[in-house]
Write a protein that binds this ligand. Structure first.
Ligand code: NAI
Ligand code: MG
Length: 499
């Protein structure tokens, strides 16, 4: 807890923290001058920047102050067709024929270049998407570089990944990514595709296209053969043009369950392969024997990390009854100390909500929670006058059936529920349409193994939360999607195996 907040110790033994702005940290903003953002970005097709055939551009802005950062091309179906043709040509003529160890060199080079430009990429990520610079600097960008490093290592070792099988690339992969981890999602998609010998047409999300376009600059400079990676900006219609293009062999999508279902319908009857990484409503379970203070930090990190714009956010907290009052008090105190504000400030814990649209969604859920009658506690921190902001919020005594306990909010909002027994909590934790991630906090190793075996979630963290590593597979059950990204498993969606 920062020593900057005033404590009022009340007689009742509850500590109530009051936000006192006179004791705030001095501003420590990262410099915008370290980042070069062009006024306008075209499409990156066949190794070149080309004007969109659509003749259209759209603005991308900074959600912390609503100021325009740049305008980017909006690819239509004809532009997508051009990108797919470039990718096909590069696949047939160059990439699939290239010895794997040569492919690996390019991927290593991209990884190193991402590292070299980490500072600039982090600043742009925070400006375009609203996430705190501490996260983009310490998590998004280094993890993106690590992903390229990791898959570069696999490129010439596929025979060891799949012993006694022949691996063949699929061809052209169409990849559509969301706005919550823009560069990291691009790395998750591009790195395994290239390592296995596929070529790529990638579309970044419309509110956060800039780091993917910076990555295109890096790719161009890396000397990667033209057409191997093509980056086309645009919105839902551009995404749909990729999905429906007849010469695409594989679709990889991360985003909403709603669009995931649409995509699945559109490709039904084709032989396109598909992986979907969709929403989540992770259960984070705290037992009475857990290290409580550590768990408090884990919960805070689990739900408020990246403004809660995280598909695996621990947004449903189950606390064993006997420790619930203490934990809830500590969580309430803790959210009062979180610093909400300028994403570029190095002290910021919670940055801006990514878009007006997402803020509206979060507000709708806050209203629903209140209307359903749950007690809501929100930090009293001041919010900047411009931009999109949401205070960290907690709902207590939430029922299992509540919409705020069942539906993905994708914001800094925690629903707290309680339980008594293991069986009860497993049943409750599994009782959701999703199954992406979960967390368990307990002192007993045996309990961790017992529980995790019975939980339907792709990733389960024990006594920690939101930990990622390129070597560890990630993906969901049920409406959270299917297919895995990361690790050896992440190679599989990009290869055909034969004997
Ligand atoms: P979205 O699913 O509409 O957007 C994700 C990507 O899909 C973007 O690149 C978008 O341009 C593209 N897209 C949109 N419609 C498409 C279509 N018909 N065909 C192909 N591509 C299409 O997500 P949105 O509207 O930005 O967020 C809505 C909700 O989705 C959020 O509130 C959150 O609950 C969830 N979400 C989950 C994410 C995750 O990481 N699993 C990421 C982003 C959103
Ligand atoms: Mg933006």
């Amino acid at each position: 807890m920062p020593a900057t907040k005033k404590k009022n110790v009340k007689k009742s033994n509850t500590i109530k923290l009051k936000f006192d702005t006179s004791w705030n940290y001095a501003p420590a903003p990262e410099s915008k001058s370290a980042a070069t953002i062009k006024k306008q970005y075209d499409l990156f097709i066949n190794g070149e920047w080309v004007k969109p055939l659509s003749h259209k551009y759209f603005d991308t802005s900074d959600p912390a102050n609503e100021e325009k950062l740049s305008e980017v091309a909006e690819a239509n179906a004809a532009d997508v067709d051009r990108a797919v043709k470039a990718a096909r040509n590069a696949y047939e003529k160059v990439w699939k024929k290239m010895p794997a160890k040569e492919r690996a060199k390019y991927i290593f080079r991209i990884a190193r270049m991402v590292q070299e430009r980490a500072r600039e990429l982090a600043i742009i990520e925070s400006m375009d998407g609203g996430k705190p610079i501490r996260e983009s600097r310490d998590f998004d960008i280094p993890t993106a570089a690590n992903h390229f490093f990791y898959y570069a290592g696999w490129a010439d070792k596929l025979d060891y990944a799949f012993p006694n099988r022949n691996t063949n690339p699929l061809g052209v992969a169409g990849q559509i990514i969301p706005w919550n981890f823009p560069l990291l999602m691009a790395a998750w998609k591009i790195a395994p595709a290239l390592a296995t010998g596929n070529t790529v047409v990638l579309k970044p999300a419309e509110t956060t296209p800039l780091t993917a376009l910076k990555l295109a600059e890096i790719i161009q400079e890396s000397g990667l053969p033209e057409g191997v990676v093509n980056i086309v900006s645009g919105g839902g219609a551009t995404g749909a043009a990729i999905v429906n293009h007849p010469d695409i062999n594989k679709i990889a999508f991360t985003g909403s369950t709603e669009v995931g279902k649409l995509i699945q319908k559109s490709i039904a009857g084709t032989n396109k392969k598909i992986t979907l990484e969709l929403g989540g409503k992770a259960a984070n379970i705290i037992f009475e024997d857990a290290p409580i203070d550590q768990a408090v930090e884990g919960v805070i990190n689990g739900v408020y990390f990246n403004q809660g714009h995280v598909c695996c956010a621990g947004s449903r907290l189950y606390i064993q009854e006997s420790v619930a009052p203490e934990l809830i008090r500590k969580l309430r105190d803790r959210i009062e100390t979180l610093i909400v504000g300028d994403p570029l400030d190095k002290n910021t814990d919670i940055g801006a909500i990514n878009s007006k649209q997402q803020l509206d969604t979060i507000r709708r859920y806050l209203k629903i929670g209140k209307e359903e009658g749950y007690e809501m506690y929100e930090s009293s921190c001041p919010l900047p006058a411009k931009g999109y902001w949401c205070r960290p919020t907690i709902f207590t005594d939430v029922a299992q059936s509540a919409r705020i306990a069942q539906e993905e909010i994708f914001g800094p909002v925690l629903a707290i529920l309680t339980f008594r027994t293991d069986d009860e909590v497993i049943q409750k934790a599994n009782n959701t349409p999703y199954g992406l991630s979960a967390g368990v906090w307990t002192d007993k190793g045996s309990k961790i193994f017992n529980l995790t075996k019975r939980m339907r979630a792709g990733v389960i963290w024990a006594n920690t939360f939101n930990k990622f590593d390129p070597s560890s597979p990630f993906g969901g059950y049920k409406e959270s999607g299917f297919g895995r990204e990361g690790g050896l498993h992440g190679l599989l969606p990009y290869v055909n195996l034969s004997h």
